[in-house]
Design a protein around this ligand. Structure first.
Ligand code: AMP
Ligand code: ZN
Length: 115
């Protein structure tokens, strides 16, 4: 838990959010500003500021994030069509919330390269 972290407040239940999945390691919530028909955020319960703050102790957690991405994509119904998992790191990478999270996007054709 980090003070003034919006995702820690959501995890603590102090700010409402719409969940599609949760377990002991992560929450998956609907993005408040969706960029695709399906746009979820996979948010570890542990407050980690950015990808650069990960350590080897987090390896299992990050593997789990991708397992959950596939499970949610499958359960919601867009896994076979295809989807994208994105982590934005630091300002030039597009990060705006300083608690590590992974965007799960699906339901439309993605373009490459991303903007
Ligand atoms: P990033 O720019 O990669 O740090 O992504 C932050 C994401 O969090 C953006 O896609 C926002 O739309 C989303 N977001 C911010 N506040 C909330 C919230 N209260 N509930 C759900 N999504 C949020
Ligand atoms: Zn946090």
């Amino acid at each position: 838990m980090s003070d003034n972290c919006i995702f820690c407040k959501i995890i603590a239940g102090d700010i409402p959010a719409r969940y599609v999945y949760e377990d002991e390691l992560v929450l998956v919530l609907e993005d408040i500003n969706p960029q695709a028909p399906h746009h979820y955020l996979i948010v570890p319960r542990k407050h980690i500021r950015t990808t650069l703050d990960l350590t080897t102790a987090d390896n299992e957690l990050i593997g789990h994030v991708f397992q959950v991405a596939g499970k949610v994509a499958h359960d919601v119904g867009f896994a076979d069509d295809g989807f994208r998992v994105i982590n934005n790191c630091n300002e030039a990478g597009g990060q705006t919330v300083w608690h590590i999270h992974f965007h799960l996007l699906g339901g439309r054709d993605m373009t490459w390269p991303p903007g």
